[in-house]
Design a protein around this ligand. Structure first.
Ligand code: ATP
Ligand code: MG
Length: 771
């Protein structure tokens, strides 16, 4: 139990304080009053923050539930909990109010739901549901949904919610939004959510801030309750979060915020870096602590990151130094296209796992791929599935966004609350029950005219024989099923059992068993995965909440895996080995930031680059491709302008692997200056660049303006593949995997594949495997 008794503390001292430098210690020991730690990446801000929690607990200053500690990602929250436990040398039973803004607000809102007209079992809509609902309202308002997509309105409304504007508070200046009907539909949307007993993500904060502003007694209760408030990544708070914190902190004023203005990367979602710069005004007399020693990254990595961020104009500027050994330079490599990039990184990961270049072997857990845009993940996922490299996607809704998972979840949602109309709409005819649009309209009408949920409406419809035939029988079964599952939930039956029964009795599992499409087996696997995922939760509601908050899609237990995530999700994390693919203008920095007038967007992208590089402890590899498929179209890419900003002394440009490297040269023909000309030269050195096939490709692609790189690449491989292989060489085949060449006969190779056995294949389908 925590807090430790005073005796135990006296006997043990506070050994965790010895792990800190003087500045960190100062910040940890200044327990009362406002404290701000403003410092660069890897300087131990989060470490100081977690130590502060440990110190509060072990000195008996606060009980676990009197500490409010917010951070930005679920992974970061979990990490902090672990760290506190470790520091205190015992399992922490829980610092219950340590979590993301959203997770904490869900808890608060469940306690006070009635104050905003909700029931405690309200559901949290995900983006898809949110958009679907908005679409209905947009259409009902007679707006052309094609010209004014609901998704756009969702974005506008999110922006308003991030500023803590309820419909009546949206300023007149916004009246033109969404065809002049934005505010009106926002109001209807909020009403609709209320009737559905649902909230969207933005509401979690909006409602709680509103409650605090309108119910002094509630606010006062929490001001007394939370004796100490701690905030990580303060530079990324938006207005609503800022108001929320300021309201709560006005009691004891024991608030400690840490952050780094150079890592402010959520401006696009309404974050205000000004919040951190204003801290001393908001909390007069605040103690401000600066940290300058970086404990995370080697000097080369740190210098590369500092070089990039120094190109930003609006920054406070900081000194950073490190005592660590020099290590390897940041590595930079160009590829033909995104698939080759994924292939190379996959092979690189495997060789680092074995130990390469005199480095110790790295486990998969220590390696991460950080992408700018989540669509980049697909190439890696596909590649890693092909070569059997275990990976996890962090912070993404990927798994839970799959159709079958969302369907299954709708069944679970109905079991928890049968009045969840959105869930009912989703599955009423999935699997097919002969309940087409007409039947569904009848249910809707019955529900609306009686002012009841769709399930209730369906019951009335059946009782009044408003529906007959097969549809009626099936609907009857469904309604009975939902009521039965709900009964099981209320009776406290194991949620895993309920989940399995719901999927079986509804015919949903069977539907995929009978499905003959190639995806069906995978979908059944996913459903099994889903039921497995339930095991770590106490009940369905807890699980559904977890999913709504988009936690990591896989448990951290078991097998070692490479992590794939977006740069945004990587904030605050660290990995010995980091890959940073896709450094190309238009992808990173994003096209939008480049098109914008002014530097705001571009500077935010640059901060993102800084965040990316500073995640790496020992080895950082930046890469880019000459060609990329974007929205189904091949495009020639130019290396990112941020590559030019890397200080050349701290970067090693790698020679692109064989045939692929050549292709890059063509796409980047006009490069000049420092690193870029080195890249060009390295590309020229690559085998493929001098091969006859490459020369043909070059002239042909010039004529075509590089519109067909994949075809052109096949030509290169055609021309050089035959002579390129030798007996005994390790090779790779897309379908059969790795193997060794045993004989060569014209353009046909005999290959002993590791897994698929002996096969004869055409040389053009084979590529050399890096050894
Ligand atoms: P970011 O800005 O990226 O969130 P941060 O400032 O929060 O970084 P931490 O994650 O707290 O930095 O610390 C970076 C690394 O340095 C961690 O591995 C941490 O354990 C280590 N570290 C922090 N302070 C010290 C210290 N005084 N002595 C040794 N190692 C430390
Ligand atoms: Mg941190």
């Amino acid at each position: 139990r925590i807090p430790l008794s005073q005796q135990a503390l006296a006997a043990r001292g506070a050994p965790y304080l010895d792990e800190l430098n003087a500045a960190q210690r100062e910040a940890v020991e200044a327990l009362d009053g406002p404290v701000l730690m403003l410092a660069g990446a890897g300087t131990g801000k989060t470490k100081a923050l977690t130590t502060r929690i440990a110190h509060l607990l072990s000195t008996g200053r606060a009980r676990p539930n009197e500490i409010l500690s917010v951070t930005f990602t679920n992974k970061a929250a979990r990490e902090m909990k672990n760290r506190v436990g470790r520091l205190l040398g015992q399992a922490v039973e829980g610092v219950p109010w340590l979590g993301t803004f959203h997770a904490i607000c869900v808890k608060l809102l469940r306690r006070h739901a009635e104050l905003v007209g909700l029931k405690t079992n309200f559901t949290i809509l995900d983006t898809d549901d949110q958009v679907r609902l908005l679409k209905q309202l947009v259409v009902a308002a007679g707006i052309d949904e094609k010209r004014w997509p609901a998704r756009q309105l969702a974005h506008v409304i999110d922006g308003w919610k991030n500023r803590a504007w309820t419909p009546d508070k949206v300023p007149a200046g916004e009246a033109g939004a969404f065809n002049h009907q934005g505010i009106e539909i926002y109001e209807q949307y909020q009403e609709r959510l209320k009737t559905l007993n649902a909230v969207d993500f933005g509401d979690l904060l909006l409602h709680v801030v509103w409650i605090f502003q309108n119910h002094e007694d509630v606010l006062a209760q929490y001001q007394r309750w939370f004796k100490y408030i701690l905030v990580d990544e303060y530079q990324d708070t938006n207005v609503a979060q800022y108001l929320w914190l300021r309201l709560l902190a006005q009691g004891h004023k024991n608030i400690c915020c840490v952050g780094d203005d150079d890592q402010s990367i959520y401006g696009w979602r309404g974050a205000e870096v000004g919040n951190i710069l204003r801290f001393e005004k908001d909390f007069p007399g605040a103690k401000v602590v600066r940290l300058e020693q970086n404990y995370r990254s080697t000097p080369h990595i740190l210098a590369a990151a500092s070089g990039v961020i120094s190109a930003n104009e609006g920054r406070l500027g900081k000194t950073l130094f490190t005592d660590l050994d020099e290590g390897e330079k940041v590595r930079l490599i160009g590829h033909w296209d995104g698939d080759e990039e994924a292939r190379w990184i996959g092979e690189e990961i495997e060789s680092m796992q074995r130990g390469t270049r005199g480095l110790e072997p790295f486990s998969l857990d220590t390696m991460a791929i950080l992408v700018r845009a989540s669509h980049q993940m697909r190439a890696f996922e596909d590649r890693f599935l092909t070569i059997g490299l275990p990976y996890r996607v962090i912070g993404g809704p990927r798994f839970y966004e799959r159709m079958e998972i969302r369907d299954a979840m709708a069944y679970f949602r109905l079991a928890v609350s049968p009045e969840n109309d959105l869930a009912f709409e989703r599955i009423v005819n999935t699997p097919k029950r002969g309940l087409g649009d007409k039947a569904q309209q009848k249910i809707q009408m019955e529900a609306r005219s009686n002012g009841v949920s769709l399930v209730e409406g369906a019951k009335i419809l059946l009782a009044t024989k408003g529906l007959t035939g097969k549809g009626a029988i099936e609907l009857g079964k469904l309604v009975l099923g939902i009521e039965r599952w709900h009964g099981l939930v209320q009776a406290g039956v194991s949620h895993i059992e309920i989940a399995e029964q719901a999927l079986d009795e509804s015919g949903y599992t069977e539907h995929w068993q009978n499905d003959k499409t190639p995806e069906a087996p995978g979908r059944l696997e996913n459903l099994k995965e889903l039921v497995k995922a339930l095991e770590s939760f106490e009940n369905l509601q807890g699980f559904l909440e977890h999913v709504s908050l988009i936690m990591d899609n896989e448990s951290d237990e078991g097998e070692e895996k490479v992590s794939i995530m977006t740069l945004h999700a990587a904030k605050g994390l660290e990995f010995p080995v980091v890959f940073l693919p896709g450094w190309e203008d238009g992808l990173f920095p994003s096209q939008r930031s480049m098109d914008e007038s002014g530097l705001k967007g571009l500077e935010e992208e640059r901060r993102l680059a800084y965040v990316g590089i500073t995640r790496a402890e020992e080895v950082a590899t930046i890469s880019f491709a000459g060609n990329r498929m974007v929205y189904g179209q091949w495009q020639s890419q130019m290396p990112s302008r941020f590559i030019d900003e890397l200080p050349a002394d701290h970067v090693e440009v790698l020679t692109p692997p064989g045939l692929y490297g050549g292709g890059f040269g063509a796409a980047s023909g006009g490069m000049t200056g420092g690193i870029q000309s080195t890249i060009h030269q390295k590309a020229a050195e690559a085998d493929g660049y001098n091969s006859p096939g490459w020369k043909r490709l070059q002239s042909r692609s010039q004529k075509r303006g590089m519109s067909q790189p994949s075809e052109a690449r096949n030509m290169v491989i055609d021309m050089s593949a035959i002579s390129a292989f030798t007996v005994g060489e390790r090779v790779f085949h897309q379908k059969f995997g790795y193997g060794a060449v045993t004989a060569i006969e014209g353009d046909k190779l005999d290959i002993a594949f590791d897994k698929a056995g002996d096969k004869k294949v055409v040389a053009k389908f084979i590529t050399a495997a890096a050894s």
